[in-house]
Design a protein. Structure first.
Length: 276
């Protein structure tokens, strides 16, 4: 199945969450930017999934994280599983029926077994990228986990993958947009909320600083596409405060905590608390 339809109906989703499930506290500044200077220092990374829930109970989850095995291999610290994070905001991973995969790097497409009833929405170009000739190059394939790629291929053979072609509306008020850059088929998610259009940038912009300084993250397939992606993000979001990067710890401090999950979940549909 391939999604290609766009409509203009814009309902409000009731809640939009960022859910932190892992972290990398030892990351350094020079690891986050193509253009660096001599002033290096600590610059931690957080790892998120995202979830939307409207008033009718429809749920859409974006990304599904990675497992302990990958965490140990790559020196990351898992704080809770994505399923546990979702449970804290009242979402049962086993009942999720719609799951968007921003791209197929290890930290975004693991844990398929935690979502046994989900249909996975992925850009067709991303599946081709993750299984095609570019994976001959260790530089590119190192950021993938082959077992996770195979899990999605198995899901495809079980009719549980919907391919996205470019820009589509997967639900009223939720649009998917191909931007590429970080990977060839990376997609971002635009969500209509009570405060306007919010853009979940995923790894099209790892950190606010990547976007603000126009300085790309160095793990990149196509720098020109990443820079164009910055422009797309800024165009789709109502304001800079409506842009949510994929790995920035500032997300946790800028937005209100979600009730009952204050340590690891924030509400992106509410106005930010501060913008320091």
């Amino acid at each position: 199945m391939v999604l290609t339809h766009i409509s203009t109906f814009r309902p409000q989703f009731g809640t939009l969450f960022a859910l932190k499930y892992a972290e990398r506290p030892d990351a350094m500044k020079h690891e986050h930017f193509v253009f660096t200077d001599a002033h290096d220092g600590p610059m931690p990374m957080d790892y998120f999934i995202w979830a939307l829930r409207n008033e009718t109970g429809r749920i859409i989850v974006i990304d599904m994280g990675f497992e302990e095995k990958e965490a140990k291999k790559r020196g990351r610290k898992i704080l809770r599983t994505p399923a546990e994070a979702l449970s804290g905001v009242g979402i049962d991973a086993a009942t999720v029926e719609e799951l968007v995969i921003s791209h197929m790097h290890y930290d975004h497409c693991g844990n398929a077994h935690q979502f046994p009833n989900a249909m996975f929405f992925v850009q067709e170009r991303e599946m081709a990228f993750a299984t095609g000739r570019h994976m001959q190059h260790k530089t590119f394939r190192n950021i993938f986990a082959v077992d996770y790629v195979v899990d999605l291929i198995r899901a495809l053979y079980r009719d549980r993958v919907t391919f996205v072609d470019g820009m589509v509306e997967m639900a009223p008020g939720v649009t998917l947009h191909h931007v590429g850059g970080h990977t060839d088929g990376l997609q971002i998610v635009r969500v209509w909320t009570a405060r306007g259009w919010v853009v979940l940038a995923a790894d099209a912009a790892h950190l606010y600083a990547n976007l603000n300084d126009v300085n790309p993250f160095p793990l990149v397939f196509n720098v020109a596409d990443m820079l164009s992606g910055y422009q797309t993000i800024e165009t789709l979001a109502d304001t800079p405060q409506h842009i949510i990067p994929g790995h920035d710890p500032l997300v946790m401090s800028r937005f209100p905590a979600a009730e009952g999950a204050e340590k690891y979940a924030v509400r992106l549909d509410l106005d930010p608390l501060n913008w320091d």
